[in-house]
Design a protein around this ligand. Structure first.
Ligand code: ZN
Length: 316
């Protein structure tokens, strides 16, 4: 096996390894949840749409507020129970995006989006998984105020683990949308693409939502064929990552290319091409002569690509 440059210790995958015990058995007990909200050690993450509200600090900001502090930042809103951290209750407190954005003017607060927080390391890393969870669940609540079955206003129950319809009695659960994200390779080369949304120098794995009726492997085959015209053979699972933009689960895979001629779907991608291991290695190290890069370590794409460069992937 050819030796490659030392890429250093493997970075942590963002939004994973939450230290919070979800304590889902407490959710049906409204009195217990209410008691936990009065616990002196209770604290909440404050989120309005894409905006995360933090107490300004140095070098890190503090994303936890007492529940009284959280309530004082807004009018009555919905609060969800995230679980217990060493017995201390943790909640997510939802604001309207407009209310959160208005808080940017306060000197004592820092309000920004979760991508910036994760990539720039603005809070202690242990906060990223619960912020991601709270953001995804609060987004779901904000978009499911009314029953999709009968149209009546629904209400939050089970500490935010469900919404119930008082008329037709339907129960609605927060959803997670599965996405396949895959590195297609043929041995010494891999296929990377560019979305028009990317910064101009970044290239990444292809990705797409799994459609109803598809297996993970089906979705990898279809997305690769649709976006780049490449037919894939074997698919191996690598790892997964919650991706709260707004509420996806990224399912990371490696796929074996059976064809080589790329036909780019310009509706989906700005470009796609083959990259050698040597070129991808200098992109990972941020030493590419044209400044090309892979996504940052917070994203699973970085880890999928790095595993291929480090010769860790086998299709047999
Ligand atoms: Zn209903």
């Amino acid at each position: 096996m050819p030796s490659r440059s030392d890429l250093g210790p493997k970075p942590r995958l963002g939004y994973t390894d939450s230290r919070i015990e979800r304590a889902a058995e407490l959710r049906p007990d409204a009195a217990a949840i209410a008691a936990l909200s009065r616990d002196p050690n209770a604290a909440a993450y404050v989120i309005g749409g894409d905006w995360i509200v933090m107490k300004k600090g140095s070098p890190l900001h503090e994303p936890l507020f007492t529940l009284a502090e959280a309530q004082a930042l807004s009018g009555p809103t919905e609060t969800i129970f995230l679980g217990l951290l060493n017995g201390a209750p943790r909640f997510g407190h939802g604001l309207s995006p407009q209310t959160a954005e208005a808080l940017k003017s306060r000197d004592t607060l820092h309000v920004t989006d979760l991508r910036s927080i994760a990539v720039q390391g603005l809070v202690a890393s242990e906060h990223l998984p619960p912020i991601a969870e709270a953001k995804a669940v609060l987004h779901w609540h904000a978009r499911h105020r009314f029953c999709p079955n009968c149209g009546i206003a629904t209400r939050l129950v089970q500490g935010g683990g469900r919404r119930d319809c008082p008329q037709c009695k339907a129960e609605h659960f927060p959803r997670t949308d599965p996405v396949v994200i895959m590195l297609v390779s043929d041995g010494e080369r891999c296929l990377l693409g560019r979305s028009p949304r990317f910064v101009p120098t970044m290239w990444s794995c292809l990705a797409g939502f799994i459609e109803p009726g598809e297996s993970i492997e089906d979705a990898v085959h279809r997305e690769t064929r649709e976006e780049a015209g490449i037919t894939c053979g074997r698919v191996v699972y690598f790892a997964s990552q919650p991706w709260p933009f707004p509420a996806s689960l990224m399912i990371g895979c490696h796929a074996e290319a059976l064809t080589h001629e790329i036909v780019v779907d310009r509706e989906e991608l700005e470009d796609a091409r083959w990259f050698s291991k040597d070129e991808v290695e200098v992109m990972l190290m941020r030493k590419h002569p044209q400044g090309l890069t892979t996504p940052p370590p917070v994203a699973i794409a970085h880890h999928i690509i790095r595993a291929w460069v480090e010769n860790e992937i086998r299709f047999d």
